[in-house]
Design a protein around this ligand. Sequence first.
Ligand code: ADP
Ligand code: MG
Length: 251
Amino acid sequence: MLVVERLTKRFGGFTAVNNVSFKVDRGEILGLIGPNGSGKSTIFNLLSGTLPATAGSMRFDGMEIAGLSPHRIINSGIGRTFQIPRPFHRLTLFENVALAGYFGQGRDSRAKAEEGAERALAAVGLTTDRAASVDGLGAAGLKKLELAKALATGPKLLLADESLGGLDDKEMDQAADMLRKIRDELGITIIWVEHIMGVLMRVVDRVMVLDHGEKISEGLPAEVSSDPRVIEVYLGTDAGSTQAAAARERR
Ligand code: ADP
Ligand code: MG
């Protein structure tokens, strides 16, 4: 479904993503992990057209998407969430999601955008009450809103960025289950970015690990969590204890 080859992004003299190649098969959940600053969100920004790539190619269902506008990419079927939710507080919850729907499937039709919003809100377990506000959603609610907005654009491939940040243990489990449900029930392929391994490892089919913009490991969750290079990178970071615990559990 997605074939990325030798993808590179430089900001001035700094290389944030260095020669990264990977594939995503239809129907899978690929986990993309790595310490803070390793280039994960930048890869999402390149895939979604938010930033132009310095070099490399990204083919989605056979079509080169490098150089396409974000709008064209959304319409080709790639939806994304943002790591930091920034809803419009003057719009209702429903309007926030319907607005995202206009960027995707419903740009010519208000009814279509609104139908998409209804389905997306229901899929993430948020109210479809048209009067509900975005105020007071809390960390978990805001993550759900981000997911609903991405779903409302009608994606075939969902890029989910740091869905667990700021959540407690129970909320993390629920967020992981929700991503799996989106794949299983809606048939949407997912790339899931997270800086900690934690519950991600129990839901993803495959994992790819970035460090300083380079791919350092890739494989099944059990293989990757026992890879010495991965353990070395994760030790000494705030995610290290989670990683070490996950590795111990698997032994
Ligand atoms: P993460 O893996 O935590 O998501 P990012 O992809 O956000 O990491 O960032 C990777 C590196 O690129 C970081 O050092 C970050 O400061 C840098 N970076 C990201 N976006 C920009 C930008 N727009 N301009 C300059 N540097 C950036
Ligand atoms: Mg990030």
